[in-house]
Design a protein around this ligand. Structure first.
Ligand SMILES: Nc1ncnc2c1ncn2[C@@H]1O[C@H](COP(=O)(O)OP(=O)(O)OP(=O)(O)O)[C@@H](O)[C@H]1O
Length: 278
């Protein structure tokens, strides 16, 4: 496993903070006064209906989109004042769309994750290669190391992009639907990997659609609804029948699952007249 050694005793460490962030696209408010504090050693799920603003918020957190209002700070410094290369030494972002149209092998793509750490124009060295190979193994993508990424399946490509982010050895890891294209085994592999990264001191934020995965694998769930945070806290406090009805317009029951020891959301029916109908 790549990454920093386990860190203990810093539960209040907040490397990345977004304060009252607002985003307007084509005159329409997409995020409204959203405050998110990303904690070291924690896996945070970002959930919410389609179009709620999850990817937009993630790209704001990643410093890829400048918000119209509010501020994002990395270790207290506004991300807008950091050069992308400097930001990339601390923060990695795995986008939803991982399509690539250049003829790189998986290993070459993963080695790109080392570039923020290299001196300008310096080639990758043996240590970078070791870290990249370890990242490929950790992500479960080493089988395709020498295969061109344009020839990979969607799920294989997703794992390679996760490996690239691991090779960056970030303190903050942001992932947009990281398990969306993966089969059951690879979903579990990646979700367990995120937990292990958090245990070793990484701050992890993942956009997820599966509320039961969020409940089981995440310490905290932030529920976005119409561009605002409807709830933010431990899964059992955010994934309630009431919150889910408001956000998704779906009637559910929430049970305690004795096998996973976490809340389990069972959808019953669409609740006509409520939910995100923007
Ligand atoms: N470039 C853009 N131009 C116009 N509208 C946009 C643009 N980017 C985002 N939006 C709108 O902003 C809203 C939030 O989009 P976003 O992708 O953040 O949602 P999401 O919660 O990630 O959705 P999903 O679960 O479907 O991926 C949507 O209504 C979307 O149509």
């Amino acid at each position: 496993m790549t990454g920093p050694p386990p860190r203990h005793g810093a539960p209040d460490d907040l490397p990345l903070v977004a304060e009252e962030v607002s985003v307007v696209i084509d005159g329409r408010p997409v995020l409204v006064d959203v405050t998110v504090r990303v904690r070291t050693g924690e896996v945070m799920a970002l959930v919410g209906p389609n179009g709620a603003g999850k990817s937009t918020l993630l790209s704001v957190l990643a410093g890829l989109r400048r918000p119209e209002g509010g501020d994002v700070r990395l270790d207290g410094t506004p991300t807008r004042s950091l050069r992308p290369r400097v930001l990339a030494r601390s923060l990695a972002h795995v986008p939803q769309d991982t399509a690539l149209d250049f003829e790189f092998t998986s290993r070459q793509v993963v080695l790109l994750g080392r570039h923020p750490h290299l001196r300008r124009f310096a080639p990758v060295g043996p240590e970078d290669e070791r870290i990249a190979d370890q990242a490929l193994r950790d992500a479960g993508a080493d089988r395709w190391s020498d295969q061109e990424v344009t020839t990979l399946s969607g799920g294989e490509r997703q794992l390679v992009h996760i490996a690239k982010a691991l090779a960056q050895e970030p303190r903050v890891l942001l992932l947009d639907e990281p398990v969306a294209a993966l089969d059951l085994r690879h979903q579990l592999h990646v979700l367990r990997l995120l937990r292990e990264l958090a245990r070793r001191g990484t701050a992890v934020v993942a956009v997820l659609h599966d509320l039961n995965q969020a409940a089981r694998f995440c310490d905290r769930v932030a529920l976005l609804h119409q561009g605002g945070l409807l709830a933010d806290g431990p899964p059992e406090l955010t994934l309630t029948r009431e919150n889910i009805a408001v956000a998704y317009g779906v009637r559910v029951v929430v049970r305690h699952d004795p096998d996973t020891r976490s809340p389990r959301v069972v959808p019953l029916d669409i609740d006509e007249g409520s939910g995100d109908t923007r």
